[in-house]
Design a protein around this ligand. Structure first.
Ligand code: SF4
Length: 694
């Protein structure tokens, strides 16, 4: 249906969905996409693709796209279309009025992991230089911020250690809290190929996801743990490694901090971390954990792949560090076939973090309080910078509700739908005196906005995305900006209208500044990427060809650091009122809150979120397969159609969050990771009853 005749020319660009970052050849007739063909020379996909990248691009020309900037005095007023000049001046005047009334720190902004590195970079510069504070955060806050924290603490670099190809040399693959078949399909195919060749598989997941048993692939261990007990399972595996003398002593002696290892070894050897002691907590038979640990430690090259089932917990950062501990203890870091690999949900999660959109870090993960780094940016940007970290997204909501945070710029994220505890988010948004939304569509967040800047789709963007393996890929425009302006230029003009002159000649010039200011990007430019196709950072004088595998001779921080990872149960508890635990995830055909895929022909595969429930839980509630149910939690309630399945065990239910009508985040809680505030989307105590709705 989406293929429309013979192409006249083609442009190589990058998929705008998941963190695999597949390259495509957009085959065109004039400015119309005829079809998206997976590109055989793409570094991440080598000619493969999935149903999203291949077919779900129709949203770029969907009738719902907003083409003109709009403003309104109050959120109850109708929108008024205006020129770009008027919209930008109006937005700047409102932001300046808010700052005059409530202070410099009363405004901030949120960057998007769907936009390019260059677009993110200019937003964080605008906030630091024009707003005069560090109130910049990224939507990675609600997905992989614990990865950034946990890997920095242990290895010294907030990024995955391997390239995707590395899995071809793995002997043991451990998948924890990730569902690559649905969420990272092209990488899942590569992983399954290796499994068919004989690699062993350990899956740690409360659900029986497809990779546990699919054609010609079967896991050797499925540790079907109770939701929220990842840390207990990982500690128990490490306990087995230590107490059964399976530690790779020569690796640890040569590569790791001696004192930190000694502390950790004593900590993890404590019998309270044994699989037997934790069996009642994890729900996993002790012998299975022992078997999985022995396989991981002795089975050859062992690699760990993880996703949001690791990070989106109150112990997300602890889990990431427990994964790093296990990899170091068994010597599975620093060569092909091993490593610790976060599978990023969005196309540019890695990039949005790299580009300095955390409130405490400049591009390249350097703390804002570091005097030398701050001086560098002050010199480059010709402005005095704030040495204090700014607000994280949840703090912005809290302060907005409290009346001290009054202005917000949101770039390409639908926070009203994607962030947890919707009623709290909506109250915060209602409290703002100036909300600017930059997006393709009038999304749920735009209902609370005073200014709407229409954005551009990936087919109109010029720039780069950085995928889960740190690969910087070119995004090339196949059509002109439909609303008349590049997103980076809108941001530059807004900063200028606020009194801080900021402009670049092109997206390439922004990348030149990124390379100049970020040591890990030093040798990267559009010219270099156009010649070479893509490159994995660090790419600098020490690694001019880029870095497919990190930490080969030493960790970025020098010696690898073992961290103490005490298991602390989630504050979310089931009880007689809310006896079931709800987890959330994704399906293959849809993407995140669905703003893009719902506006494509992919809706033929799925058009609503479904609640998975075990037959025993359905039977006691009188719930029939395919019927509507009411799902309530301490935060709120929603309605979901039920599917009775043994993919979930008794006591656990599961749903997706792709459709606003069901709004799964109406019911998720405000619990979050202790270190990064990443929301605990994966654990909500709920009750499910038959719905009265027809
Ligand atoms: Fe796009 Fe990810 Fe599918 Fe590749 S695997 S085509 S990057 S959605």
């Amino acid at each position: 249906v989406v293929e429309h005749g013979q192409p006249e020319h083609s442009v190589v660009t990058t998929c705008a969905y998941c963190g695999v970052g597949c390259s495509f050849k957009a085959e065109m007739q004039g400015e119309r996409v005829v079809r998206m063909m997976p590109y055989k020379d793409g570094g991440a996909n080598e000619g493969h693709s999935c149903v999203k990248g291949r077919f779900a691009f129709g949203y770029a020309t969907h009738k719902d796209r907003v083409m003109n900037p709009m403003i309104r005095e109050k959120i109850t007023d109708p929108w008024r279309e205006v020129s770009w000049d008027e919209a930008i001046q109006y937005a700047a005047d409102r932001f300046k009025a808010v700052q005059a009334k409530y202070g410099k720190g009363s405004i901030g902004g949120i960057t998007s992991s769907r936009t390019t590195n260059e677009e993110v970079y200019v937003v964080q510069r605008m906030i630091r230089a024009a707003f005069g504070n560090n109130n910049v955060d990224t939507c990675a806050r609600v997905c992989h911020s614990p990865t950034g924290y946990g890997l920095k603490q242990t290895f010294g670099e907030s990024a995955g250690t391997q390239d995707f190809k590395s899995v071809d040399l793995s002997d043991v693959i451990m998948v924890i809290g990730a569902n690559p078949t649905d969420a990272h399909p092209v990488f899942a195919s590569r992983m399954k190929k290796r499994l068919r060749e004989g690699a062993k598989l350990i899956v740690v997941d409360p659900r029986r996801i497809d990779i546990v048993k699919s054609p010609h692939v079967s896991s050797d261990y499925h540790l079907q743990l109770q939701p929220s007990t990842n840390v207990a399972v990982l500690n128990a595996m490490s306990h087995v490694v230590v107490t059964e003398h399976l530690v790779d002593r020569s690796f640890v002696a040569a590569r790791c901090d001696k004192d930190a290892f000694a502390r950790w070894e004593k900590f993890i050897a404590n019998p309270k971390h044994s699989p037997e002691a934790l069996e009642a907590v994890t729900g996993v038979p002790a012998e299975e954990i022992r078997g999985a640990a022995r396989l991981f430690a002795t089975g050859g090259n062992a690699a760990i792949y993880y996703g949001l089932g690791v990070t989106e917990h109150s112990q997300g950062s602890t889990t990431v560090m427990a994964i790093a501990n296990l990899a170091m203890a068994t010597g599975n870091i620093g060569r092909e076939g091993v490593g610790v690999n976060p599978l990023r949900g969005q196309n540019n999660v890695q990039g949005s973090c790299d580009m300095g959109s955390f409130p405490h870090e400049y591009p390249g993960y350097r703390h804002v309080s570091d005097e030398a780094t701050r001086r560098l940016f002050e010199k480059e940007w010709k402005v005095k910078l704030d040495p204090e970290p700014g607000l994280r997204i949840p703090n912005m909501f809290d302060e907005a509700s409290a009346g001290t945070f009054k202005g917000l710029f949101v770039q390409g994220e639908d926070i009203a739908q994607s962030d947890p505890n919707t009623s709290h988010v909506e109250h915060a948004l209602e409290s703002l005196e100036c909300l600017i939304v930059q997006d393709l569509f009038l999304n749920e967040t735009a209902a609370f906005a005073h200014v709407f800047f229409p954005g551009t789709s990936f087919l109109e963007k010029d720039g780069t995305f950085t995928n889960a393996e740190r690969r910087v890929n070119r995004v090339r425009p196949v059509m002109r900006e439909k609303q008349g302006m590049a997103e980076w230029e809108i941001v530059c003009r807004l900063a200028t209208a606020m009194g801080y002159p900021m402009m670049y000649t092109s997206a390439a010039a922004i990348m030149d500044e990124i390379a100049h200011m970020t040591p890990t990007f030093k040798n990267i430019s559009f010219k270099m990427l156009d010649e070479r196709g893509s490159v994995q950072w660090p790419c600098n004088d020490d690694a001019p060809e880029g870095t497919p595998v990190m930490h080969i001779d030493e960790f970025t921080r020098g010696k690898g650091r073992f961290m103490l990872t005490e298991f602390v149960p989630t504050p979310e508890r089931s009880n007689s009122r809310f006896p079931l635990i709800l987890t959330t995830g994704r399906i293959l055909s849809q993407y995140n809150v669905g703003a893009q895929t719902r506006r494509t022909e992919n809706v033929v595969f799925h058009d609503e979120d479904i609640l998975e429930m075990h037959a025993s839980d359905a039977e006691v509630r009188g719930i029939k397969d395919g019927s509507l149910t009411s799902v309530t939690s301490r935060a709120g309630g929603t309605t979901l159609r039920v599917k009775i399945t043994d993919r979930v065990p008794p006591g656990v239910v599961h749903t997706t969050f792709h459709f606003p009508i069901s709004g799964a985040n109406v019911i998720t809680t405000e619990n979050s990771d202790w270190a990064t505030n990443c929301p605990e989307y994966k654990v909500t105590a709920v009750q499910v009853t038959p719905s009265n709705r027809p």
